[in-house]
Write a protein that binds this ligand. Structure first.
Ligand SMILES: [Mg+2]
Length: 352
């Protein structure tokens, strides 16, 4: 699905109006029924491919996308994974049956996935429990101190094995923004709304504004085809005003043990050393900033981390969330600095 080169040929001929992509805005509602009783209403772009629907359903049902069968999309045969809903002639309101079994061994491995993680950490991160829409309030700045000692070996192993799919080559002299996806750039929880509408307010404007100064890498704690599906449906792969260098998935992460307060926790971490090792001489601790709603993701690189409030879409937050506008101002303000390594990003809201 992510074929950046192919996508370039079909991109919006009028780059001055990136928000007016009809392909992105036109969406269909479909209802997926699983095991006869479980219903998943989805609202997805008309051009969504069958595999992208399967990737969303994998997040919701934990049925592996590769083993899913979707019945009712087309008469008499199973659709190809690369077919689009529009191409199959799917009508708004169509009902589709999902056949597939959750792999028993996946239940355990998903216990630490982003889906549950986000919720748990948000409970810690949000000081005022009434502030669930993220519209106000302040953070408890959680300090995660890594105590496990085997992480250098895990890092080395990850550097040597994880796949990095280059979408657009790094550009000389740019700084690097590493961007978490779930709850940082969009609300991943509710798939019954059009995924485009789940984007955090100002998403594309933010990315387009910082792109002249920063290369962009998305890093999400989920599997590759889910990351790929989300960034494609959000319109981040073919946007005329910015390009992603790459998107990293959970295979580029590993587990460490940290202490926060008196509590020990095992958690996944996004070690920037992974990126620095895979892009030697290009990205380093001086030119990289990592934006995430989970502070523990930058436990190994706390100085490079900037914690953003988790975005949970609601009627209110969709109108009032201004994090990306403030972040644009901060990133543009610090972009001329020769190095970012002496900044305390915890102060980002008050930086002038
Ligand atoms: Mg997140």
């Amino acid at each position: 699905m992510v074929r950046a080169e192919d996508a370039t040929a079909s991109e919006d001929p009028n780059p001055a109006e990136p928000g007016d992509d009809e392909m992105t805005r036109e969406s269909l509602s479909i209802e997926v029924v699983w095991k006869g009783t479980e219903r998943y209403p989805l609202r997805v772009p008309k051009y969504a491919t069958v595999i992208s629907i399967k990737a969303l359903l994998e997040e919701l049902t934990e049925v592996d996308a590769g083993s899913q069968k979707l019945l009712g999309l087309i008469k008499g045969r199973l659709p190809s994974d690369t077919d689009t809903l529009a191409g199959l002639g799917i009508q708004d309101g169509a009902r589709v049956r999902l056949v597939g079994t959750r792999a028993a061994d996946r239940v355990q491995s998903r216990a630490g996935s982003s889906w549950q993680d986000g919720d748990q950490d948000d409970a810690l991160a949000i000081l005022d429990p009434g502030d669930a829409d993220g519209a106000g309030g302040d953070y408890v700045e959680g300090e995660d101190r890594v105590v496990s000692t085997d992480w250098p070996a895990k890092l080395a192993q990850t550097i040597s094995t994880a796949e990095v799919r280059i979408m657009h080559a790094p550009r000389a002299g740019r700084k690097l923004a590493v961007l978490d996806l779930d709850y940082t750039l969009f609300d991943c929880k509710n798939m019954s709304g059009n995924i485009v509408e789940m984007a955090r307010p100002g998403l594309h404007e933010f990315l387009a504004a910082i792109y002249p100064y920063y290369d962009l890498i998305v890093w999400s704690q989920t599997r590759w085809h889910v990351v790929e599906c989300k960034i494609t449906l959000l319109g981040m792969v073919t946007h005329p005003r910015y390009k992603l260098t790459t998107a990293l998935d959970i295979s580029s992460m590993f587990t460490v043990r940290s202490v926060r307060g008196n509590r020990g926790v095992e958690h996944q971490v996004k070690a920037l050393d992974f990126i620095w090792a895979r892009f030697p001489g290009i990205y380093d601790r001086r030119n990289t900033i990592h934006i995430d709603d989970l502070g523990r993701n930058f436990a190994l690189n706390p100085q490079n981390g900037l914690k953003i409030r988790a975005y949970k879409r609601s009627e209110t937050s969709a109108r009032t969330d201004t994090e990306l506008y403030k972040l644009t101002r901060y990133l543009l303000a610090i972009s001329p600095l020769p190095t970012l390594e002496y900044l305390n990003h915890a102060q980002w809201r008050s930086y002038r």
